[in-house]
Write a protein that binds this ligand. Sequence first.
Ligand code: ZN
Length: 442
Amino acid sequence: MSSPFSITIHRGTHVIGGSCVELACGESRIIIDLGKPLMKPGGAELDFRPYEGLSGPELLDEGVLPDVAGLYEWQTPSVDALLISHAHQDHSGFLNHVHPEIPVYLGEGTKRLIAITTDFTPTKTRLNNPVVFSWPGSFSVGAFRVIPHLVDHSSFGAFAFEIEAGGKRVFYSGDFREHGYIGGKTLDIIADKCAPGVDALLMEGTMLGRTEETVQTEPELADEVVDSYKDFPKALLVYQSGQNVSRAVSFYKAALKLKRELVLDFYTAHVLAELGQCSGGSRLPYPGNLSGIRVWYPHWLMEHMKREGRWDLINRFARTSFKMSRNDMPDRLDKIMLYVRPPMDFDLKEISGIGGSVLLYSLWSGYLKAGRTKSFVDKLQSMGIEKHIIHTSGHAPVATLQRLVDTLQPKKLFPIHTLYPKQYEQFGVSVQELNDGDEFVV
Ligand SMILES: [Zn+2]
C-alpha cells in the first residue's frame, strides 16, 4: 500500500499573496512558493516595512514567515525541495531564509528575474542551491514526480505544477491567466499534457470579488493606446512594472503603430535583454533585438548604480547608439513613448515642453491611493501631465478559472490565493475549503 499524500496550505487559504503549500508523501516533503505576505489575516493590507530588519526566527514569531519545520537556515533541514512558481515577491520573497542545502527548483526566467532584482534594488536574494528545471519536461524529488506547465502571467516564465506521488495527482495553478500573449495556449497546453481527473486542484482566485475590473487582452490594450493617441503632439509616458514583459510587448506594438520610438529606462531595457536570452524570449523588445527601441538614463537610477559600482550594468547600453539623453527629448516629444516611474519626476522637470504629455498608468489602480505612486502621479499632474489608466490584470477572471476546472476535472478543488473561498462553489465541483495550517490527506 502506498503512503498517504497530504496537502497543507501554510498560507493562502483566505488571503492573496504569500502563498506557501506543503506536500508530503511518506518521508518526502516539498514546499511550493515562499513569498512575502501582501495582507494580514482577514485581508487588510500589510505594510512590510516594519518587518524589513527582522531576523528569520523573529519573522516566524511574528507569523510573517510560514511555520514550516526543517525549511529554514537555522533549522535541521528536513524538506526535500522548494519549488518556486514565478518571480513575484509574494511567491519568492523569503528565499534568503531557506536552508542552503535545500534545492530550490525554478524556471530560467524566474532565476534571471531574481538576479536582476538583486542587481538593481535593495532586495538582495541569495539563491544557494538553485536547480533550473527545463520545460517541457519533468523531474523527481523524493517520492514526487513534478511536471511544470508554462502559464501566462504578468511575470515572465511562470509555471503551474502537476505533482504525482503514491498514485495521486495534485495540480497547483500558481498565478495565471489566458488574456496575455501566450495565454490562449496556456489551457490548451495543460489540456494536452495533463490528464483530467486530478485528485486535487489548488487554484488561485485573485479576481474573485473584483467584478468591477475590466479584463482586456494584451492586444486589446495595445489597440486602445493606438486608438487614443493618433497624432498626439506630446510625449506618451509609460508607467508599468519593469518586469511585466507582456505589457512592454503591448506598449512596443502600440509604439510601432504610432511611429514612436520606445524609450526604455536602462533597468527595463536590462530586464528585457536578460529575459531575451531565455527560451521563449527571442521576440522581446530590447535594443539591438528589434527596431525602434532606445534607452535613457534617469538621474536617480544612475546614481544608485554608480554607488553600487555596477558599471557593467550601466555600460550595457550607455555607450551605444541606442542611448537617448534628456537633451534629445524636447525636439521629439511627439515621437517617443518614454518609460518612467518614481522618482523620475526629477528628470521630467528638466525636459522643456513636457507639460501636456500624458501618463499611461499601467499598474493596479489600488496603488494610486497612497504612497510613492500617488505622490509621483500627483507631481506629474502639477506639471500638466494627466494620467490615463490603461491596465489589465495578471490574473484569471471567473471564465478562465472555470475553464481550468473544466479542463482538469478535479475530484477536489482547494481555494488558494483568494479573499473569497466561498465563491469556489460556483465552479461545479467538490470544494475543500481549508484553514492555513490544516493538513488534508488526498
Ligand atoms: Zn504573480
